[in-house]
Design a protein around this ligand. Structure first.
Ligand code: THU
Length: 136
């Protein structure tokens, strides 16, 4: 059975709102992320930095951790909001790949304007995934 098309506008608004709650006093680069789960929930995240710089965590991985902890392990779409349309870092791409193979992704700027329409296979080609492991 084919899925209904993704409704992007609520996800864009959720990502923009999430971005407002970024804790980024060091980089001053606020990021918001909004995941649409397979069962239609929207789960958001924002980056959370730390005085010990390497401990900061990206918006996308906050969203993934929140979603999984709330019982969502299948994702349908992702919106990432930054000031200038930055794309998810490599660590976030791999984290997302754990839960979705062909995730459609929209990158928007601080006003919610679409900067890039892409998907996870484009951002992370030839990915290592759970099925590469013997028990996968
Ligand atoms: N950041 C994200 O939240 N997501 C990304 O995919 C790229 C980078 C955050 C990490 C750090 O808090 C700030 O943006 C600057 O790198």
């Amino acid at each position: 059975m084919s899925q209904a098309p993704v409704e992007w506008q609520p996800l864009i608004e959720a990502a923009l709102q999430a971005r407002q709650r970024a804790y980024a006093p060091y980089s001053r680069y606020a990021v918001g992320a909004a995941l649409l789960t397979a069962d239609g929930a929207i789960v958001t995240g924002a980056n959370v930095e730390n005085a010990v710089y390497p401990l900061g965590i990206c918006a996308e991985r906050v969203a993934v951790a929140r979603a999984v902890h709330e019982g969502h392990t299948r994702f349908r779409a992702l919106v990432v909001a930054t000031a200038n349309g930055g794309t998810p870092c490599g660590a976030c791409r791999q984290t997302l790949r754990e839960f979705a193979a062909e995730l459609p992704i929209l990158i928007v700027d601080g006003q919610g304007r679409v900067v890039l329409e892409t998907d996870l296979t484009e951002l992370l080609p030839y990915a290592f995934s759970p099925t590469d492991l013997p028990q996968g």
